[in-house]
Design a protein around this ligand. Structure first.
Ligand code: 6GU
Length: 245
């Protein structure tokens, strides 16, 4: 997969060199480049924003630098289309989820347009949508100062799903959200620590009982913490909702 990130604060994307996307890069699964939007300005002050038509607070990102940046980074090929998927992190986007991450992980080329200020002139997105897939994505119901941190989140969630990234495919299947449930609690040695014991069943060696216990814990957590996820009432059939002992 190829990823291009366009931002007026490229230094914000430095973590892409370390951590998990760095590992995907080292394995040759991922090729990431970060670009400074101001490289596509032509005035002395490298202006990227201006006041909003119609008035109101804040500044809007000007369309011209974005247009040139996208022409360069997501060029139109045969049939007048670009092969890229444009991802625009914005609090007014569609909710990001494990399912969206898995979908993005199937693409060959992602371009992230990180906006600042009150957002990017809408015509940039409308024009891009006439030549490539455009996904406006929100991390949740809160406001970040710009799309950079959100882009890091999306890139990390996508990179670890790239075929060949995870050593152990089971750890992908067993984790939170993959099956629509939160993950069960986990324990390691020692069996007793500061007067707290690991649940007996996990020391029993009975794989059937362990699987049943984990499933119940996952259902209980999901029902208590995330009643909005996957019809928990239906899944809970015979699991009583009361605090775990
Ligand atoms: Cl994706 N971007 C920004 N700027 N703020 C957000 C967000 C994204 N998701 C939640 N808040």
């Amino acid at each position: 997969m190829r990823i291009d990130v366009i931002s007026i604060f490229p230094a914000y994307l430095a973590p892409l060199d370390l951590s998990l996307p760095g590992k995907a890069r080292d394995k040759g699964l991922l090729d990431i480049a970060v670009h400074d939007l101001r490289d596509w300005t032509h005035d002395r002050h490298h202006t990227v924003d201006d006041t909003p038509y119609g008035g109101g607070a804040g500044m809007v990102m000007k369309p011209e630098p974005w247009g040139e940046a996208l022409d360069a980074v997501a060029p139109v090929v045969a049939g007048g289309r670009s092969a890229a998927t444009l991802v625009v992190p914005t609090p007014s986007g569609l909710p990001f989820s494990q399912q969206v991450a898995a979908d993005l992980a199937t693409r060959d080329h992602l371009v992230f347009a990180c906006g600042r200020y009150e957002g990017i002139d809408q015509r940039v997105l409308d024009h891009a949508a006439s030549r490539m897939e455009v996904r406006e994505i929100s991390l949740g119901d809160y406001v970040l100062n710009g799309g950079e941190v959100a882009a890091l989140v999306v890139i990390e969630a996508v990179a670890r799903l790239l075929p060949g990234f995870m050593g152990n495919a089971e750890s992908l299947v067993e984790e939170s959200h993959q099956d629509g449930l939160l993950e069960y609690p986990v324990y390691t040695k020692p069996a007793a620590w500061r007067g707290l014991e690991v649940p007996d069943v996990l020391l029993s060696g009975d794989h059937g009982r362990i699987a049943a216990w984990r499933r119940e814990q996952a259902l209980r957590r999901t029902a208590e913490r995330r009643p909005d996820l996957r019809h928990p009432a239906e899944l809970l059939d015979d699991v009583e909702i009361r605090p775990a002992e």
